[in-house]
Design a protein around this ligand. Structure first.
Ligand code: NAP
Ligand code: 3JN
Length: 348
C-alpha cells in the first residue's frame, strides 16, 4: 500500500447543492488535502468559492482537469459523470460518483461505509455513492439483517425538495410566497424537470420522484429497490418502495415495514440492535413524544430511528420511522466517508 499524507482532490459540480456540502464537510472534518480543484460548467468558471481560509477559482471541468488528481468527487449529474469519470480514471484518479450513472455496474462498488465498506477493495477506479433514500434505509436495516435476517422491506418515503437541487428549493420558496400573497402558484420544475406536467410542491405532496419506469414504479423507487439488494448482498430480499416529495427543505423521512426471519422478537430486541449500530441513533419514546423529524435531523451526519412498533397481525413484521439529512448522510458525508475509508484501508 502506498502511504500518502495528503491527497489532490477535485470536486465536479462544486457549485451545486451536493457539491457545496462536500466542500463544507471536507473543511469541517479536516480531510488530508494537498490541493483542491473546484470544477464547474462553463457558466460558473472563473467565479470563486471559499475553502477554509483559501479562495478557490472554479475551473471548467475537462478531461485535462484530472491530471495529478488522486480522488475526484462527482456530483454534477449522470451525463457529466458518464463523460468525465472515465477520463479521470484514465489519468489515475479514483472517482467517487454521487450520480446513478454507474451504481448498478458489476465492476463498481456501491458503498455505505457502515454497511459494506469492504466492497471498496474491488473498485476498478470508480466507486458509487447510492441514492440518498437508499443510504438511510440500509444504514438502519443492515444491523437488523445481520442480527435476525430480513425477508421483506416495504418503504414509503417523505422526501425533501433539496434532493431535487437548488432550483427546486427556489421553486418551493417562491410558491410558498405566492400562496401567502394569495397569488396563483407557478410550477415549472417539480416533480421532474422537463417532464410533461408540473405540479406545485408548496402545501402539497407529489407521489412522483423522477420519471416513470414501464412497470409503473418511478426511477427513484427502482433505485431504492435495486440498490438496496446490491448493497445488502441480498438479491432475493423483497423490496417495494413508494417515493413521495413533500414541501420540506432538508431531510428525507421514511416509513419502513420489515419482515424479519427470526420469530418471537419484540420492540426491545429491535431497539437493542439499533442502539448498537454505527452511524444510527435511536430516538424512540412514545411517553415523551420522542421521535426524529426532518428538522431535528437536519445538518447532522447520523441516521435517526423512531416509532418502532411490532405489527399487530404478523409476528415477524415491524414498522419504523427513519430520518436523515439527505444532502449530508444521503450524499456529501457518505461520499467523504467513502474517501476516508478508501485512503485509510484501500489505497493502492
Ligand atoms: P444542483 O444543485 O443542480 O448542482 C449541480 C451542479 O453541477 C450545478 O451547480 C452546476 O453548476 C454543475 N454542473 C453542471 N454541468 C456541469 C459540468 N459539465 N461540469 C461541472 N459541473 C457542472 O444539483 P445537486 O442537487 O447538487 O445534484 C447534483 C447531482 O448529484 C444530481 O444530478 C445527482 O446525480 C446527484 N445527487 C445525488 C444524490 C444522492 O442521492 N446521493 C442526491 C442529490 C443529488 P454550474 O453550472 O454552476 O457549474
Ligand atoms: O430526489 C431526491 O431526493 C434524490 C435525487 C437524486 C438524484 C437526482 C437527480 C439525478 C439522482 C440520484 O442520485 O439518483 C440523480 C441521478 O444521478 O440519477
Amino acid at each position: 500500500m502506498t502511504v500518502k499524507t495528503a491527497y489532490n482532490l477535485a470536486i465536479v459540480g462544486a457549485t451545486g447543492a451536493v457539491g457545496q456540502k462536500i466542500i463544507d464537510i471536507l473543511a469541517e472534518k479536516d480531510f488530508p488535502i494537498n490541493e483542491l480543484k473546484v470544477l464547474s460548467s462553463e457558466r460558473s468558471a472563473g467565479k470563486t468559492i471559499s475553502f477554509k481560509n483559501q479562495t478557490l477559482t472554479l475551473e471548467k471541468a475537462s478531461p485535462e482537469s484530472f491530471e495529478g488528481v488522486d480522488i475526484a468527487l462527482f456530483s454534477a449529474g449522470g451525463s457529466v459523470s458518464k463523460q468525465l469519470a472515465p477520463e479521470a480514471v484514465k489519468r489515475g484518479a479514483v472517482v467517487i460518483d454521487n450520480t446513478s450513472a454507474y451504481r448498478m455496474d458489476d465492476n463498481v462498488p456501491l458503498i455505505v461505509p457502515e454497511v459494506n465498506k469492504e466492497d471498496i477493495e474491488k473498485h476498478q477506479g470508480i466507486i458509487a455513492n447510492p441514492n440518498c433514500s437508499t443510504i438511510q434505509m440500509v444504514a438502519a436495516l443492515k444491523p437488523l439483517q445481520e442480527a435476525f435476517g430480513l425477508s421483506r422491506i416495504v418503504v414509503s418515503t417523505y422526501q425533501a425538495v433539496s434532493g431535487s437541487g437548488l432550483e427546486a428549493c427556489d421553486e418551493l420558496e417562491n410558491q410558498t410566497q405566492q400562496h401567502l400573497n394569495k397569488e396563483e402558484m407557478t410550477a415549472e420544475l417539480l416533480p421532474v424537470k422537463g417532464d410533461q406536467k408540473h405540479y406545485p410542491i408548496a402545501f402539497n405532496a407529489l407521489p412522483q420522484i423522477d420519471t416513470f419506469h414501464e412497470n409503473g414504479y418511478t426511477l427513484e423507487e427502482m433505485k431504492m429497490i435495486n440498490e438496496t439488494k446490491k448493497i445488502m448482498h441480498a438479491p432475493s430480499l423483497s423490496v417495494a418502495a413508494t417515493c413521495v416529495r413533500l414541501p420540506v427543505f432538508t431531510s428525507h423521512a421514511e416509513s419502513i415495514y420489515v419482515e424479519i426471519e427470526k420469530e418471537g422478537l419484540n420492540v426491545a430486541d429491535i431497539w437493542e440492535v439499533i442502539e448498537g449500530a454505527e452511524g444510527v441513533v435511536l430516538e424512540d419514546n412514545p411517553d415523551t413524544q420522542t421521535y426524529p423529524t426532518p428538522l431535528s435531523a437536519a445538518n447532522k451526519t447520523d441516521v435517526f430511528v423512531g416509532r418502532v412498533r411490532k405489527d399487530l397481525d404478523y409476528d415477524k413484521g415491524f414498522h419504523m420511522w427513519v430520518v436523515s439529512d439527505n444532502l449530508i448522510k444521503g450524499a456529501a458525508w457518505n461520499t467523504v466517508q467513502i474517501a476516508e475509508s478508501l485512503i485509510e484501508n484501500y489505497w493502492r
